[in-house]
Design a protein around this ligand. Structure first.
Ligand code: SAM
Ligand code: SF4
Length: 475
C-alpha cells in the first residue's frame, strides 16, 4: 500500500491512506458465499452488528436469485426493525459552479466550455432560500464547485446567510455542505459556521481509476481527498458523510471501499460516518465515462441492500439522480434520507426557469423532478412517515443514527415524535389540501403506534400548539 506523501507533514498515523486494492480484490476473488454463510451474515447484521469486509464480500459474492432475494429481504427487515418508517427530506442548493478540477463525468469540470458558470450573489442566495422555505424545506445541503473563490470563509459566509433567512413560518434548521476538501483550519472555520454534516464522496476508491477520471486541479490528488474526513474529524467535525460515484469502477470494489472507510472511522475516532451516499453516474454536459462499469438497476438495488446490512447504524441517502420508480423500489431496502423538489440549475428555485432541463447549466441530469409535495404525497401513500427533523443536531446529540440504533426506546422517545411534529408543521403551512388530509391520517396512525407510551399525550398536546401557530417544538 502506498502511503501519504511527506509534503503533507503528517504527524498522525490516522491520516494515512487506508485503502489497499490488493486486500479488496483478494476478498472479492477468494471469499466463498454458501447459502449458510450468507444467512449467518444476514443474521449478524439483524442483530445490529456491523459487518467486516470479509462478511460484506460474502454478500457481494452471493449471486443466485434466491440468495439475492434473501439479502434484499434482510435489508428490508433491518430497516423496519431498526428505523421504522421514517424518511428524512432535504433539498440540495447549488451555490456556485465555478470549478478548477477536471472530473470527466461532471458537467461543471473546467474543460467544459459549454458550462454556464455562476456563483449566487447574497441577494440571489437569499431569494433561493426563501423559495425553498416557501416550499416547506427545513434541511439543505449546499453544494459548491472547487475554486479559490469558494474558500472556507466564503462557504462559512453562505452557511450563515442561509441560517439567517426566515420567511413566514419558514426557516432552514440544518445546513449540510458538500464542498471540496479543506485543511484542518478550513474545516474549523466551517464548523464554527454551524454546519450539520460535511459530505464528500471519494468517487472511486480505486486509485488507478481515480487518476483516469480526475485529470487536473486539486482533486487529482487521491490521497488528499481520501483523508479529507480525517482532517474534518481533527477539526472537530464528527458528523461526516461518505460516498462513491457508482459507474466509474467495479461496484463490488466500491462497496468494500465504503466499508473499509467506515472501519477506518470506527477504529480511529470511535464513530462511524453519519451517512453513506451511493450516487450513480447520470448524463451530464460533455460527459466522458467508460461505460464498462455502468451499474444496472438490479445491481444498484443489490448494492444498496448490501450496504444497508454492512453498516446497519448509518444513514443512507438516495437522491433525485434516480427516477421516481427506482427511488420507490430502492427506498424499501434501507434508505433513510431523500431529496424532494430538487432543482440543480442555479437560481431555479426562485425563478422557475427550468421547465426544460438545460444540461449546460447543471452538474448532471436529474431524473426525479417532482415537487416536494408530490414526493411527500407518495411517501404517505406508501406508508412512510416523512420527516424534517433536525432535533438531535440542535440538541447536541451527534451520532443520532447510532443512538437510534443502539439506545433502546430512542426512536419512540425522540425520532417518531419529532418526525410527527415536523410533518404536522408541513401539513399546516405548505401541503395541498389532499396531501394534508392524507398526512393527518398518517400522523394519527403513527401516534396510535405509540399508544401506551407516555409520549402520546405529549405529542397530542404539541400538535394542538402547532395548530394554534407555534412552531419548532422538538424533543
Ligand atoms: N465539487 C465538489 C466535489 O467534487 O466534491 C462538490 C461536489 S459535486 C458538486 C457533488 C457530487 O456529484 C460529486 O462528488 C459526484 O459524486 C457527483 N457527480 C458529479 N457528476 C455526476 C454525474 N454525471 N452523475 C451523477 N453524479 C455526479
Ligand atoms: Fe468540479 Fe466537483 Fe464537478 Fe469535479 S465533481 S468538476 S470538483 S464540481
Amino acid at each position: 500500500m502506498k502511503f501519504y506523501p511527506e509534503i503533507y507533514n503528517i504527524r498522525d498515523q490516522r491520516m494515512k491512506p487506508f485503502i489497499d486494492p490488493d486486500e479488496i480484490w483478494s476478498l472479492i476473488r477468494n471469499t466463498k458465499s454458501t447459502p449458510e454463510r450468507v444467512r449467518h451474515v444476514i443474521a449478524k447484521s439483524l442483530s445490529k452488528k456491523r459487518l467486516t469486509m470479509e462478511e460484506t464480500a460474502v454478500l457481494i459474492n452471493a449471486g443466485t436469485p434466491e440468495l439475492i432475494e434473501e439479502i434484499k429481504e434482510g435489508a428490508r427487515a433491518l430497516k423496519e426493525k431498526v428505523y421504522g418508517n421514517r424518511i428524512v427530506l432535504f433539498a440540495p442548493l447549488y451555490v456556485g459552479n465555478r470549478c478548477t478540477n477536471n472530473c470527466t463525468y461532471c458537467g461543471f469540470r473546467t474543460s467544459n466550455k459549454f458550462a454556464v458558470r455562476q456563483t449566487l450573489t447574497d441577494p440571489q442566495l437569499i431569494k433561493e432560500v426563501e423559495a425553498l422555505e416557501d416550499n416547506g424545506q427545513k434541511r439543505l445541503i449546499l453544494v459548491y464547485g472547487e475554486h479559490t473563490a469558494y474558500s472556507a470563509e466564503y462557504i462559512s459566509h453562505t452557511v450563515k446567510t442561509v441560517y439567517s433567512v426566515k420567511k413566514g413560518n419558514g426557516e432552514i434548521r440544518r445546513v449540510n455542505i458538500n464542498a471540496a476538501p479543506m485543511d484542518i483550519d478550513g474545516f474549523r472555520t466551517v464548523k464554527d459556521a454551524g454546519i450539520g454534516t460535511y459530505q464528500i464522496f471519494q468517487e472511486t476508491y480505486h486509485r488507478e481509476t481515480y487518476k483516469k477520471y480526475h485529470r487536473g486541479g486539486k482533486k487529482a490528488d487521491y490521497d488528499f481527498r481520501l483523508t479529507a474526513l480525517d482532517r474534518a474529524q481533527e477539526a472537530g467535525i464528527d458528523d461526516v458523510g461518505i460516498g462513491a460515484l457508482f459507474g466509474l469502477y467495479d461496484w463490488r470494489f466500491e462497496v468494500l471501499g465504503l466499508v473499509r472507510h467506515t472501519n477506518h472511522f470506527e477504529a480511529c475516532y470511535r464513530v462511524g460516518p453519519h451517512t453513506i451516499s451511493f450516487p450513480r453516474i447520470q448524463d451530464a454536459s460533455s460527459v466522458d465515462v467508460d461505460p464498462r462499469y455502468m451499474v444496472s438497476n438490479e445491481e444498484f438495488i443489490r448494492l444498496v441492500a448490501i450496504l444497508r446490512l454492512a453498516v446497519p447504524y448509518t444513514g443512507m441517502i438516495l437522491t433525485a439522480r434516480e427516477n421516481a420508480m427506482v427511488r420507490r423500489e430502492v427506498m424499501r431496502f434501507g434508505v433513510s434520507q431523500i431529496d424532494g423538489g430538487t432543482k440543480l440549475e442555479m437560481g431555479s428555485y426562485s425563478e422557475s426557469i427550468n421547465e426544460e432541463q438545460d444540461l449546460n447549466k447543471e452538474q448532471f441530469k436529474i431524473n426525479d423532478s417532482r415537487s416536494l409535495n408530490e414526493i411527500i404525497d407518495e411517501l404517505l401513500d406508501d406508508g412512510y412517515l416523512p420527516s424534517f427533523c433536525t432535533a438531535c443536531y440542535r440538541k447536541g446529540r451527534t451520532g443520532e443514527h447510532f443512538m437510534e440504533f443502539s439506545v433502546p426506546g430512542f426512536i419512540k422517545r425522540f425520532c417518531s415524535p419529532n418526525a410527527i411534529l415536523t410533518l404536522a408543521e408541513y401539513l399546516e403551512d405548505y401541503a395541498t389540501p389532499d396531501t394534508a388530509e392524507k398526512g393527518w391520517r398518517v400522523i394519527e396512525d403513527n401516534i396510535r403506534e405509540l399508544e401506551g407510551h407516555k409520549m402520546e399525550m405529549e405529542i397530542r398536546r404539541r400538535i394542538e400548539l402547532i395548530k394554534e401557530g407555534e412552531r419548532d417544538l422538538y424533543l
